[in-house]
Every structure is written in structure tokens, then in C-alpha cells.
Ligand binder design. Sequence first.
Ligand SMILES: [Zn+2]
Length: 485
Amino acid sequence: MARKKFYVTTPIYYPNDIPHVGHAYTTIVGDVIARGHKLKGEDVFYLTGTDEHGKKIETAAKKKTKNPKEFVDELVPEFKNAWKKLNIDYDRFIRTTEKDHEKVVLKILQKVFDKGDIYLGEYEGLYCTGCEAYYTERDLVDGCCPIHKTKAEKLKEKSYFFKLSKYKKKLLKLYKDNPNFILPKFRVKEIINRLEDLQDLSISRTSFNWGIKLPFDNKHISYVWFDALLNYLTGVGYLKDDKKFSKFWPADLHIVAKDIMWFHVVIWPTMLMSAGIKLPKTIFVHGYWTFNKKKISKSRGKVINVNELISITGNVDSIRYFLLRETPFGDDGDFSEQALIDRHNNELANKLGNLVSRVSGLIEKFGISKSAPKGVPLDMQDGVFGGKNKLLKKLNEAKIEKLFENYEFDKVLNEIFSFIDICNEYVQNKKPWETRDKKVLYELKESILKIADLLWPFIPESAEKIKKQFSATKIKKSEILFKKI
Ligand SMILES: [Zn+2]
């Protein structure tokens, strides 16, 4: 039987500034999910990248008197370095200025045009440059973009339109037939309400140059979202590598923040329906991070970039752990340095670090049972010798797997750390430093190895250290995993 596959994506990010905690969060979650599926022995493809066309990039480049390509070329390494520092193990970093992507955009535009789903019209509307999107009066707050809080400009231009409205019934049916298409489920109602007055979508611009020209009218530049969404096809080899594409498409999971939900759950499936391509299975919408209860955004002042984030504890795994543990995936979260330090000290250092260092020290001193005594039949063997590790039995692995599948990462970590508590209590109660009970130490070793496996998607560097240490023939006391702050 062929191995199961899993294809997960982050949105592609605008490289108009260096990455901050919001980008880091989405990308870490993607990495945790990708690693979790690798752990199950699946073939995983994890895609992230940058969205490099559009007016916003053109404007940002102009401000620095650079051409747009030069401008993005300088910022892309910032993203790649940040992901490297955060231990993000992606399979491709896609850039929408890459040749294979342009080909895909041209092909899909032509397909949708040939299908009769694109027509020339005129658009007048309220445009937010930050979003690269038009708004209806109703969506604006006092005439301002609800996300950027800047005044929307009135813009009128000839534009090609995509017949989005034609697909309203199909979209409703999609949500109804596929209850996991939009997660968390509470988001669906909002979308269904907004579908009430679904308008056709303007998909071309003549007001700027930085983008892909429409194949059927080269005076028009493709709307940046139409271009950007297609990265998910390009990323796994659409038009380029049929074998790879047919293996990984459709995507199993697109991770998005709530501000771009509409593009992913309405426009994206409609584009695919029109082009006759299978739809992704799930779009998971997560919340925003605030910083000490204030929204993180450039315009509001406080942005924490990835270097600052790492410097708080000096430990990448602490950040990864904190962001996944602090708030349920899907909800809004609040970031504060103190909360991060507290979790680093109380959970990673005191619970996990303590267990690892104590048990490894005891094993180094007293040794460990390695195998069953000779001559004892398997079914007569007690405790660890017969594989009946009484301690390990207290771990509910099935529950953890289920929680992981449901994207309840905070609960996964809670469950693992409850087991770490149990292990620490076990050491306390069994007092192996008095009893010199090698069997107890063996049970603890096996449990710690299991914990390392389960934590690997979240804190890969520390988990690998623990695994290496406890798989060695001579187990030695480790250096401190998490230095207390
Ligand atoms: Zn905006």
C-alpha cells in the first residue's frame, strides 16, 4: 500500500518588512503539523514562501528607490533566516516571482477565461492598498479599512471580473457536504452570511505594473490575490511535475489567519471549481496575537521580530512551545514576555528539564536493567521485562493522537505535561536513589524516550537531545536543557 501523504501550507507572506511574531506563529504551527505527520510515517510536503507582486510591494520598493524585484530579493533572506532559526523544516520556499509560478498563473487565468468565467467591466470601489482589496461601504469602519484603519480610497478602473456570484450555491453545498472544509466550525456562519450579497470579483488592475499580465489582455495586471492563491498548486509541481502533483494535491490543510479567510474559503475554491481542479480538504483559520493586549502591527507601533522573540529566553524551543501552549489554535492569543518566561521556567525547566536531568543522573550512578533475566518466560516477566511498563501505561497516547488530529495543540501539550508530572512523582515515590531499583529507572527511561517522541514536533531540538542521551549505551547526566531565567 502506498504511504499516506499530507500536504500542509502557510499563506505566503508579503516581504514588505521583516517577519514578526504573527508570521512566526503560523509558520511554527505548520512545522509542528508537518512533523506530527512525519512521526506517523506519512509522506509530508510543507510549503511556505513569499507573495511578491502587487501595488503594496511596488509602493514599498519605490519608497526605498529600488525596483520591486531588487526590493523583494533583499527581504526574502530575512524570512528564510528566520525560519532557519526557528527550526522550520519546510519542503519548498515558493516565491511568486519564480518562473514556474508565472506559468501556472497564466494557465489558470486562460482556463477560467476559456470557461467563460471572466468578463471585462468597470470597477468603482473603495480600495485599501494595505489589503490590495476593494471594500464595500458596509465592511468599512468610518470609511476606514477594518484591518489597517486607514482611509479607503475611491478608485475607478476598467477591470476584468471573475464570475464569483455564479458559484454561490456550489459554495454553500461545499460547506454543507464538507463540515471540515472550514475550521474551527464557528467561522462558517460568518461566511455564509457574507455570501448573501456575493459579488463578482475584480481580478485585474491597470493602476500599477508589478505583477503578471493577463494572457488575454496585456494591458491588465492580475489581481495579486488571484496570483498568490495559485502558489499552492505551483508548490507541489502543477504543470511541472505530474507525479508529485498527483501525489500531494489536493492540499490537506491550508493554515490562514482570520483576515485572509475570505480569500481562502470563498475565492480559492471557486477558482479551482472553475479551472476543474480538486479542492483542498481543510482551511484552518487561526486568530491574532496581541502584545500585552495590543494588536501587533506595524502601524500601531509594537512589532516583535523573530530575533527579539528568540532573545527573550535564548531558546528557540521555548518560543515554539509557548506559542502552541498558550492559546487554543484558532483563538486569539496574547503575547507577553512574562508569560513566555513563566512557561519556560515552570514547565520546560522545572518539569521536563528536571525529569531528564534527575533520571539521567540516577542512571549514570546506579545503572539500568537492560533485558530480562535469563530463563524467565516472557509471560512470567514482571513490569518492564515483559513490556508491561506500569509507568508508561499511564500515558494516554490514543487521546494525544486524537487531540493532535483535531488541531488542539494546547491540550496535546497539557496531556504530555501531565504525564511528565506523573513521571516526576514516580521518581519521588519510588526513591530509586535509596532502593537502587534498576527496573524503576528502566521504566523512567522508556517513558522519557516516549515523551521525547511526542514532544518532537513542538520542541525538535530539545527532543532530539533527549532521545540521543537516553538511547546511548551509557546514559550520562545531561547538561541543562532549559536554563532558568
Ligand atoms: Zn486594509
